[in-house]
Design a protein around this ligand. Structure first.
Ligand code: SAJ
Length: 443
């Protein structure tokens, strides 16, 4: 096919112009990576504040994100990356990379509106011989039912006759955004095998890990299934932890010995599952097949979403044994982020925990050294508290002075949602120490 071969040559020579539609925590590092590889990149976003910041060489993401400040600055000052809110700026692009969010609604149903809007923007700029690649994680079947339809309706062009479709799901992780683009393997879905090869050839410029060409549906299913796998296995670890607490076994020791058995990989129990991906992607997978009950995947979501409530129960039980009613209790929550040593608090389990404790009438204060609104001194947050609850394993909490913490509190209850604290040290400091997966101190 002459059109595709010509595009392949332009990609190989890095003459192809790329647009990146959606400049978020995936789109910004992606645009920078392709600019650093020598491509001209047209960034597009609907947020003028974000665009102004990027055009000045800054970015709205975590300032501590390794290498990102420099990557954005170099991409902009080199002139290889330009950014705008005006969709006309992507008309000369040969490849459109769509990187917008793909949320779900309260019932777990995909909300494809941001994707549809981005497809319409790309479609308006499409010319014969161009490629559209969706990086966003989508429910299997979306590339065909939503993207293909929007692209053909919006451009009047036909997929595989005039234009080409790809799906290369992102595998970023806050805290290692640029590293993951280079080092994480990717599936490269295409509207035909030749187009899948073209997508792989494009990503070869920024990915040094394995690139596997495949069809669009397989690519959509791989991404959502890999994260549903993660969620189900975390739920398994959490359920074993609940059983261990009830029977008096230590889930950490059980996990350690289970994983010595060949082919076993029990994950880590904890206070819940946060992030932009894991709580959402299982629902995208399930949504693809409404006639399939998907009881296991749904139940796993329920187990993981119940863990913050379980932590609240541990707090309640410990305070009761100290004669402290929840209605008069002061509780210090350590950690609002969902990932250790980052400020990323998307879908953090801390939010439902705070709601649950406040519903019991407790006064709840939240500390997190990485999040501006929670950055008060830990000593101030813990002063006079009846319980301290570790919800994310920030280094600051792993290293904190437990004797000083105990001394500042009114009641010595320490609940550890991430096994971040040494139980012996906690007890020596005078705490009633509880942890997810560990039998209660009084059992
Ligand atoms: N968690 C547990 N127990 C575990 C593992 C995780 O409770 O054994 C919890 C974490 O505390 C966290 C949540 O689950 O709250 C998410 O876990 P994570 O931080 O390890 O994963 P994410 O959401 O940051 O990113 C994941 C990653 N996938 C895997 O690690 C398999 C990342 O590589 C993907 O790129 C990303 O999803 C994505 O974009 O899908």
């Amino acid at each position: 096919m002459e059109l595709r071969d010509d595009l392949a040559r332009r990609i190989e020579r890095r003459e192809a112009i790329l647009s990146v539609i959606g400049l978020g925590y995936v789109g910004i590092p992606l645009a920078c990576a392709f600019a650093a590889a020598g491509f001209r990149v047209r960034g597009l976003d609907i947020d003028p504040v974000r665009i102004r910041l990027l055009a000045a060489g800054g970015h709205p993401l975590d300032p501590a994100e390794p290498g990102l400040d420099r990557a954005v600055s170099e991409a902009v000052t080199s002139g290889r990356m330009t950014v705008a809110t005006d969709p006309s700026t992507i008309r000369d692009a040969d490849v459109h990379l769509i990187v917008v969010d793909t949320p779900i609604d309260g019932d777990g149903r995909p909300d494809a509106r941001p994707l549809q809007a981005a497809c319409a923007t790309a479609a308006a700029a499409l010319r014969r011989g161009t490629l559209v690649v969706v990086e966003s994680t989508v429910a299997p079947g979306t590339m065909d039912a939503v993207v293909r339809s929007a692209v053909e309706a919006g451009s009047g062009l036909r997929v595989e006759e005039d234009v080409f479709l790809g799906h290369c799901p992102e595998r970023v992780m806050p805290g290692v955004l640029l590293r993951n683009i280079r080092s994480m393997s990717r599936v490269c879905g295409g509207s035909s095998p030749a187009t899948a090869e073209l997508v792989a050839a494009l990503y070869r410029h920024v990915v040094s890990a394995e690139l596997t060409p495949t069809d669009l549906l397989t690519a959509e299913t791989v991404k959502t299934a890999e994260n549903a796998w993660y969620d189900v296995n975390i739920a398994f670890a959490n359920e074993v932890a609940l059983i261990c607490e009830a029977i008096g076994a230590d889930a950490a020791r059980v996990r350690e010995l289970v994983n010595r058995s060949p082919g076993r990989n029990m994950l880590v129990p904890g206070s819940g599952v946060g992030g932009a991906c894991i709580p959402k992607d299982p629902w995208l997978l399930v949504a693809a097949a409404p006639t399939v009950e998907a009881r296991l995947i749904r139940a796993a979501r329920g187990v993981n979403d119940s863990m913050p409530t379980h932590v609240a129960r541990l707090v309640r039980e410990a305070l009761t044994r100290h004669g402290r009613a929840m209605s008069e209790a002061r509780i210090a929550i350590l950690g609002a982020a969902y990932r250790p040593d980052t400020r990323d608090d998307r879908n953090s389990p801390t939010a439902p925990l705070v709601r649950s404790l406040r519903a019991d009438g407790a006064e709840v204060r939240v500390h997190d050294p990485y999040i501006l609104e929670h950055r008060r001194a830990l000593a101030d947050i813990a002063a006079g508290a009846d319980a301290a609850v570790v919800m994310v394993a920030h280094q600051e909490y792993r290293r904190m002075d437990l004797v000083a913490l105990r001394g500042s509190m009114r009641t010595p209850v320490l609940v550890d949602g991430r096994r971040a604290i040494d139980a012996g040290a906690a007890r020596s400091a005078g705490f009633t120490y509880l942890a997810v997966g560990r039998p209660p101190a009084w059992s």
